[in-house]
Design a protein around this ligand. Structure first.
Ligand code: DQA
Length: 156
């Protein structure tokens, strides 16, 4: 079967994981998280494409670009842009790819400004609060969704 192509998007300040507020985000670096995702992805026959940016426009550009690629779904930790970005919401709507919003921390246990997401109501699912494991859960969830909904072009 053809590999499934999934884009993993990381928002601002996630390049600082490992050093940044370990009480909220743990001690794993982004590279280590991607390593653990890559080994799970291999066992599921998934090819991951990863992109991190601290810039909203760069993330919008990457989402738009996904529409012209064989990307079948998106995993996104939009970080602070979760709570503010109409531009990312519009890009995800325009691209119309299924996506999962994920967070390391349980945003609902934190400041009230983190309780609202600009993306959650248009996401296929939302995962928060499991630390680095949120990424693995989101990958399993999106894989299952694409296979059961027969959205993965390789199984049609
Ligand atoms: C985060 C939660 C956001 O509120 C915050 O701005 C982040 C990380 C998380 O993964 O828990 O940068 O998305």
């Amino acid at each position: 079967m053809k590999a499934m192509n999934i884009l993993v998007l990381h928002g601002p300040n996630l390049n600082m994981l490992g050093k940044r507020e370990p009480g909220h985000y743990g001690s794993m670096t982004l590279a280590e998280i991607m390593e653990s995702m890559t080994s799970l992805a291999q066992s599921l026959n998934i090819e991951l494409h990863s992109f991190q940016s601290n810039h909203e426009g760069a993330l919008v550009d990457r989402i738009q670009q996904a529409a012209d690629e064989p990307i079948e779904g998106i995993l996104i930790n939009p970080a602070a842009f979760t709570h503010t970005s109409i531009a990312m919401r519009d890009a995800l709507l325009a691209t119309a790819l299924p996506f999962i919003e994920l967070h390391l921390s349980n945003v609902h246990q934190r400041e009230t400004f983190r309780h609202h997401s600009m993306l959650a109501d248009i996401a296929s699912g939302v995962i928060a609060g499991f630390g680095p494991c949120s990424y693995l859960l989101a990958l399993r969830g999106l894989n299952d969704l694409l296979l059961t909904k027969n959205l993965h072009t390789g199984v049609k």
